[in-house]
Design a protein around this ligand. Structure first.
Ligand SMILES: Nc1ncnc2c1ncn2[C@@H]1O[C@H](COP(=O)(O)OP(=O)(O)OP(=O)(O)O)[C@@H](O)[C@H]1O
Length: 308
């Protein structure tokens, strides 16, 4: 059992991550703290893809970054709840209770994240091969030669053509889609149980977006990892996810299997999100406003709060 495992905590069989009543505040000590995440709960099973969907500012990224324990760098504070994770050694740990040093050892090894903009995540002065190798050496204690072999394999796994040559290239020599594949390769290098993808395709054009979504699906089939996928786009949810949690103003207002949510969305905001996707719009309530981003809904009453 790992040192940081929680002796009393348990997770249902097959559950990798359980976020329970999570509360995250900015300016927590101030008179008016900003409650970015409000009582959020969800679980992710082994090999499952859960999407967090919602408009800009709904709290998706803060939730994801808190799972990675990265929000503290932005001045946020976890003010409630817990985040239980099943580790590779079978132990269960509450990520909210770990020291920074401990979490750092888990990042990239037990869970990893891929952001929207690979250019700001890749280091321009190191080769692709060196950057992937560094992650492998840090977490797995491999030699430089072994780490380079793993880097090559993982680039092949994410279908980077001519992978051996790419190892010695720099980020600026790659296209946007290729850079995002490299980021996914880096996130996969130590075979984490959970990968978080935060709007990974938003900056890419439509064809490349589709290729990256195909890749994520294929990788899941091949290596069985769990995915937390952050997006504002219900079209992407339909493509990629098994289950979805709809977020509005820091709360989950509806959740369930994707098929069920699309077939019978209960919350008006969910219907609005679905109707914002042209080819899915016909599946949603005909009364939902067509121009979704122009109407803001109240999380509790589900009534339109403001029309812009
Ligand atoms: N560093 C920060 N300081 C203060 N408030 C922040 C900070 N980062 C995020 N917030 C606030 O937390 C709330 C949730 O933001 P979050 O980034 O999680 O939204 P989101 O749903 O991921 O939207 P987007 O897709 O635009 O990133 C927003 O109201 C946002 O303004």
């Amino acid at each position: 059992m790992s040192v940081q495992s929680v002796a009393t905590a348990s997770l249902p069989d097959g559950v990798i991550l359980s976020v329970e009543n999570l509360e995250v505040c900015f300016a927590a000590g101030a008179a008016n703290p900003m409650r970015a995440v409000r009582g959020v709960s969800f679980q992710i099973g082994r090999g499952e893809t859960l999407a967090l969907v919602g408009e800009s500012g709904s709290g998706k990224s803060v939730t994801a970054m808190t799972v990675m324990r990265l929000t503290e760098y932005d001045g946020a504070k976890i003010t409630g709840g817990r985040i239980l994770m099943r580790l590779k050694d079978g132990g269960i740990t509450d990520l909210t209770q770990l020291s920074e040093k401990r979490v750092e050892a888990l990042r990239g090894f037990e869970f990893s994240i891929v952001f929207q903009d690979p250019m700001s995540s890749l280091n321009p002065v190191f080769t692709i091969g060196d950057q992937i190798s560094e992650v492998v050496m840090r977490h797995q204690g491999k030699s430089a030669r072994e780490a380079r072999a793993i880097a090559l394999n993982v680039l092949k796994l994410v279908r980077v053509p001519d992978a051996a040559r790419r190892l010695d290239q720099y980020a600026h020599q790659l296209s946007g889609g290729m850079r995002q594949r490299v980021m996914i390769a880096m996130a996969l290098a130590c075979r984490p149980s959970l990968m978080i993808l935060d709007e990974p395709t938003t900056a890419l054009d439509v064809t490349i977006q589709a290729q990256i979504l195909d890749l994520v699906r294929a990788l899941q089939r091949e290596i069985g990892m769990s995915v937390l996928f952050i997006t504002h786009d219900m079209g992407v949810v339909a493509e990629i996810a098994d289950r979805v949690c709809v977020m509005l103003k820091g709360e989950i207002v509806e959740s369930g299997p994707v098929n069920q949510i699309f077939a019978a969305p209960r919350h008006r905001y969910t219907r609005a999100l679905i109707s914002a996707v042209p080819r899915l719009g016909s599946m949603a309530d005909k009364d939902a406003p067509e121009k979704f981003p122009l109407v803001i809904y109240d999380a509790e009453t589900a009534e339109p709060e403001a029309a812009l």
